[in-house]
Design a protein around this ligand. Sequence first.
Ligand SMILES: Cc1cc2nc3c(=O)[nH]c(=O)nc-3n(C[C@H](O)[C@H](O)[C@H](O)COP(=O)(O)O)c2cc1C
Length: 202
Amino acid sequence: MKLLHIDSSVLGPHSVSRQVSSAIVDRLRQATPGLEIVHRDLSLTPLSHLSGSHLAAAQGGAADATVQEDLAAGQAMLNEFLAADIVVVGAPMYNFTIPSQLKAWIDRIVVAGKTFKYGAKGAEGLAGNKRIIVAVSRGGFYGAGTPAAAGEYVETYLRWVFGFIGVTNPEFISADGIQVGPEHREKALASALQAATSLRAA
Ligand SMILES: Cc1cc2nc3c(=O)[nH]c(=O)nc-3n(C[C@H](O)[C@H](O)[C@H](O)COP(=O)(O)O)c2cc1C
């Protein structure tokens, strides 16, 4: 069984989402003998944004060395994602949504004919055979009924995009109110780490 671990926080060891995604991976590693783990750090090794020349080359157009390298990087991301049985994603909230580093990765894995297709009934996800677990960290509170609920574009976006490619029940562990103060940060982190230890085995 293969697990792909994605991190996208730019805050290195201070990152909350990294600590929680790590705890999720540790829990699954302990519970699943022989689990093969690949860690992809999108902050350390960022992907470039999609470009017109990238899209043209993907359709068979001419590609210079830079574009070829970029295509190969995108293909490697897609292959890694397709090969994984479980994907653990660290997703901090930056300006109400995911970091652009994580969006660049999503742009490489949401690919027509590979992870979704359009048919008679509209879009159909092709990657539904995976388990996806997301570690979210947010500075404030965005729960249903709170004043900021309409500004939540991390979990809502990821639920939609993973659902679009067929993973209709992604799991979320969240640490909220991280910027409220050190005491609250510790409490929210401890509670998310605890939730990670009770995840069902792979
Ligand atoms: C660049 C930046 C933008 C942020 N934007 C928001 C935001 O829009 N809403 C929010 O609640 N918290 C925001 N925060 C706080 C983070 O969501 C919070 O610190 C979280 O723990 C970040 O995850 P990380 O520690 O894994 O990087 C922001 C933090 C940074 C560094």
